[in-house]
Each structure stands twice: as C-alpha cells, then as structure tokens.
Design a protein around this ligand. Structure first.
Ligand code: SAM
Length: 296
C-alpha cells in the first residue's frame, strides 16, 4: 500500500508491467507519491475542476491528482505500455479517470473535458515547450485552461518566468507573462526521478489572466519579438531596421531608446511598439499606457 492510496507502490507497478523508461519518450518517472502529491497541490483546490494531464506514464501524478480530489482527470499518454497500469488506477477511481492512448500534440482535449479546466503535468521535455506555446497562443483568449502547473527543465522554467535585464529573458517570457501570471513553485534535483535526467527540473505555475496584460495583436507581438530576439546582441535600431521608415520615432513613443537591446525592453513597451508597428495609434511620448493587470 502506498502513501496516498491503497494501490501498489510505483516501483512494483513498473516492474509488473515491464515499463522500463524510454529516452525517446522523455520518460523520467516520479516514484515518490509524497512528491507527486506536493506537485498536485500546487494546482490548488481541484475538487470542482477537470484536469488535463499529459504524459501520465505509470501514473504517479495521476494518482496524486485523484487522491487530492480532482473532479475528473483526462490523462493523455503516447506509450501503449502504460495503458494497463493506468486502467488499474481508473478502476480504483470509478468514473473519474479517462485515459487516451494518443500523442498530446495531435488531440483536442476540450472535447473530453468540462470547464473549469486545469492542466497539471510532468511533461516530456521534448514536447513541453511546444505544448506550452500552443496553450499560450489559442485563437481566442481566455484559453480553455484556467491554470497550468507544469514540470520543465530548470533552464526552461527560468525562461518562462524571467524579467527584463536577465539572460533568460526572451520570447517565451514575453509570451507567458503577457497573458498569464507565471512563477516557479518547486525545484527538483535529478535524483527525484527514475532514471535521473542530466538536468535539474522546476515546476512552473501559470494562471491565465482574464485579458492580456496590455493590448496588442498576438501575431504582431510574436513577429516583433521573434525578429528582435533573433539577434539579441544587436541594438534595436539595427535588428528592427526596415520595419517602418520612422522606426526611431516609434521606438521613442514606446519609451525605447534605439540603442537598447531586446533583453532590456519591458512587456508594456513591447506591446506599445507592436501596436504602433501594426498601425494602431502611437502613444505620445510621456503618455501612460493602459495595462489590464499589474505591470511586470
Ligand atoms: N507523469 C509521469 C511521472 O511523473 O512519473 C511520467 C512523466 S515522463 C517525464 C513523460 C511522459 O510523457 C512519459 O510517460 C511519456 O511516455 C509521455 N509522452 C512523451 N511524449 C508524449 C506525447 N507526445 N504525448 C503524450 N505523452 C507523451
């Protein structure tokens, strides 16, 4: 019997189902159910929520989500070998766990879940950033999820939560912080996993804002920051050259010096510049911008 339910310990489950970890699937399992319970708790009270879990593997986090009281869990797992252990968990929690043997990049989870929805996952590192980018870039905002509680490689977690002026600050920081509050809530050493990965890991908790923090067209903001950070060592007057004949005036109106580099520019300034370059009204120098949430 385990620490959180009457199912067998995970090491035994893995042995019985010959679920040896595969590197190609990013399989580094969490076997300590006290630890998975701690991760599940970072997502808050789940009793009135449906939860999407990507990559349940042998089910350590799945069991924690259910034991913590999640209303329903949809677990999407690519590895067919995990179906038998997950079926045992589903039988232990009748009607509360649905398992899909599928690639998370290819399914629409909303067809299986009811709002409010939270996402909690120990993500496979090879698809984690891709999934996060998709979840942060839906056609309409607010998105289908109200929060994301996700394990990443520590360096990726740092990029998601980085502030201007830091080396990790870049496109992912802007994308995440434009429409969500993002913070690192746990750090885990390699030894927490079986087998231990080469890198440290961290859990990031993101809460969707009701509206983007500052107005901007998502595509304009995305292409502007892509262009600027592609040459992150260059001054903006060089990297953004050709975007507008009066580029330096537009930079000034957004409160940006042409000699600044992208890692120095705050979110509200990116949004102001994106609006200006997309043809929206410029902010006269000195005019306050209109945030929808606390400035980052
Ligand atoms: N949640 C488990 C845990 O915490 O022990 C396993 C986490 S392991 C880091 C990542 C899991 O994602 C593996 O079970 C792997 O098979 C699964 N996976 C990898 N690529 C996937 C994909 N594209 N769609 C769904 N699951 C995937």
């Amino acid at each position: 019997m385990s620490a959180i339910d009457s199912l067998p310990p995970l090491a035994e489950v893995i042995r019985r189902h010959a679920l040896t970890a595969r590197k190609s699937l990013g399989q580094n399992f969490l076997l300590d159910l006290n630890l998975t319970a701690k991760i599940a708790r970072q997502a808050g009270d789940l009793t009135a929520c449906d939860v999407l879990e990507v990559g349940p593997g042998p089910g350590g986090l799945t069991r924690a989500l259910l034991a913590e009281g999640a209303r329903r869990v949809l677990a999407v797992e690519k590895d067919p070998r995990a179906m038998a252990p997950l079926a045992e968990i589903a039988a232990h929690y009748p009607g509360r766990l649905e398992v899909l043997n599928a690639d998370a990049l290819e399914i629409d989870p909303t067809a299986h879940l009811s709002a409010p929805i939270r996402v909690v996952a120990n993500l496979p590192y090879n698809v984690g950033t891709e999934l996060l980018t998709r979840w942060l870039s839906p056609p309409d905002w607010p998105p289908f999820w109200e929060s994301l509680t996700l394990m990443f490689q520590r360096e990726v977690a740092a990029r998601i939560t980085a502030r201007p002026g830091s080396k990790a600050y870049g496109r992912l920081s802007i994308l995440a912080q434009w429409r969500a509050d993002a913070r690192v809530v746990m750090e885990l050493p390699p030894q927490a996993f079986s087998p231990p990965p080469k890198v440290h890991s961290a859990v990031v908790h993101l809460t969707a804002l009701a509206a983007p923090r500052y107005p901007a067209d998502p595509r304009a903001l995305q292409s502007l920051t892509a262009r600027a950070f592609q040459q992150r060592r260059k001054m903006l007057r060089a990297s953004l050259k050709g975007l507008a004949p009066d580029l330096e005036d537009r930079l000034a109106a957004a409160g940006i010096k042409p000699t600044q580099r992208p890692e120095e520019i705050h979110l509200e300034q990116w949004c102001s510049l994106a609006r200006s370059l997309a043809g929206g009204p410029q902010n006269p120098p000195g005019a306050p911008m209109q945030p929808h949430g606390p400035a980052s």
